[in-house]
Design a binder for this molecule. Structure first.
Ligand code: ASP
Ligand code: MG
Length: 419
């Protein structure tokens, strides 16, 4: 049993959807479950729609129309190959979305976000499923929310592994035995029966959840790049593809900001020893990158990763006390309370620094909570630069003209917070 995952770029227009059909036909050799995210940049558009609806800015209808128009154009183009009817279900789904954004919002932003933004995945998978069926790639559309169960944390649903595993095994596996299954990434269901989402770019994670619970033979993530590269080609010259890497290396690369794989994807696969193939949907016959448990596949080439949108928070005590256990536990408590994600930490006797991902609102809450007891310095607009398998970064162009705010070395990596 294979699992395939297609992201937004692979279904961004009608030509791309046709290509997905070709790939499913040519490479879907075993029983197959296909996980797909929203088309193109639809999730960003739906985020804007949610904000407009929540703040009642008066732009809601226009934003809705743009999203509908974008999908209608893709459908119209696909219809040149297939029957025009069969898309009524999608019309109804848009009506449902329109109803949802017509009222006045009550409750939290994050709740509404999940109810609205999830439509991107629902609509996309319906279009792809209808198209594939009409081009004789027989498949069944299923709603991922019947299978992926989370807690009630909106926009960052935590998986209820027992429930999810059990229901996928008992209810979905028999369906995959019979025919190709098309389902959504990114979305889940809360115990109150409300839609949740798993965090931006979470479809890779969904695919790994399905692969894990189905005990799949492999997961293939189809991307617009040749595989996992040793650096981002938008920032670095002469990048190279990594042919093979092991799970732990892949986790580290993804964690430090290699955007090609969502960081949460690897561990479920690792626990069942399911290989992950990252392949190009543009050149599907090419090898791509294999992520597996093979101990021989240690990467030897230098790897450079840049994570942008970082803030450096530097904290020192006001009462001349050292930054040791007591102070650290207070600091960590505040970080956890405001969901501030730490990517790098360093501490000395008198200070603690952390490179974090957070928005202004939570940063303010952090300052409010700590400023009585501590001096806090904030540097926004930083980048976390990670180099692996190198002795020195003196020759690395990218960091040459940057200000280094913090540096940390381990046996396998050099990390800098730069501005
Ligand atoms: N559509 C969602 C997003 O753009 C999930 C995903 O693409 O993985 O974040
Ligand atoms: Mg997407």
């Amino acid at each position: 049993m294979q699992v395939f995952k297609f992201g937004g770029a692979s279904v961004k227009d009608a030509t791309a959807v046709r290509n997905v059909g070709e790939i499913v036909k040519r490479f879907g050799k075993e029983k197959l479950l296909v996980v797909i995210s929203a088309m193109g940049k639809t999730t960003n558009a739906l985020e804007r729609l949610t904000t407009s609806y929540f703040k009642q800015t008066g732009e809601t209808k226009k934003l809705f129309d743009e999203i509908k128009q974008y999908h209608d154009n893709i459908i119209k183009d696909l219809i040149s190959d297939i029957h025009p009817h069969g898309f009524d279900d999608i019309e109804n789904t848009f009506i449902e979305l329109e109803c949802l954004i017509s009222g006045t919002p009550e409750g939290s932003f994050d709740f509404h976000y999940d109810q609205i933004v999830s439509f991107g995945e629902i609509i996309c998978t319906k279009i792809v499923s209808i198209y594939l069926n009409q081009t004789n790639i027989r498949n069944r559309w299923v709603d991922a929310r019947n299978f992926v169960h989370t807690d009630t944390s909106h926009r960052e649903g935590k998986i209820d592994w027992n429930k999810t595993k059990q229901i996928i095994h008992s209810k979905l596996k028999p369906l995959v035995e019979k025919q190709i299954i098309i389902t959504q990434g990114f979305i889940g269901n809360s115990p109150n029966n409300n839609t949740t989402t798993l965090g931006r770019e979470g479809s890779d994670y969904s695919a790994a959840i399905f692969a894990y619970a189905l005990e799949a033979t492999s997961l293939t993530i189809w991307k617009d790049v040749a595989g996992v590269l040793n650096a981002d080609p938008k920032r670095f010259k002469d990048t190279m593809k990594i042919d093979a890497l092991n799970y732990n290396e892949a986790i580290e690369l993804a964690y430090y900001g290699a955007t090609v794989i969502h960081p949460k994807t690897i561990q479920p696969l690792q626990s069942k020893n399911i290989p992950l193939y990252v392949k190009s949907f543009v050149a599907p016959e090419e090898e791509g990158t294999t992520v597996s448990s093979s101990p021989h596949d240690l990467i030897k080439m230098p790897v450079y990763i840049v994570k942008s949108g970082q803030t450096l928070v530097s904290i020192s005590s006001k009462d001349f006390s050292f930054i040791v256990e007591e102070n650290l536990s207070k600091i960590f408590e505040v970080f956890a309370k405001h969901a501030i994600k730490t990517n790098l930490m360093q501490n000395s006797a008198i200070s603690f620094s952390a490179c974090v991902n957070t928005d202004d609102e939570n940063l303010q809450k952090l300052q409010d909570a700590l400023s009585l007891q501590f001096n806090i310095r904030i540097n926004k607009g930083c980048e976390l630069f990670t180099a692996r398998n190198v002795r020195s970064i003196q020759q690395v162009e990218y960091v040459k003209d940057k200000i280094i705010l913090l540096e940390q070395r381990t046996r396998s990596s050099i990390q800098l917070v730069i501005q």
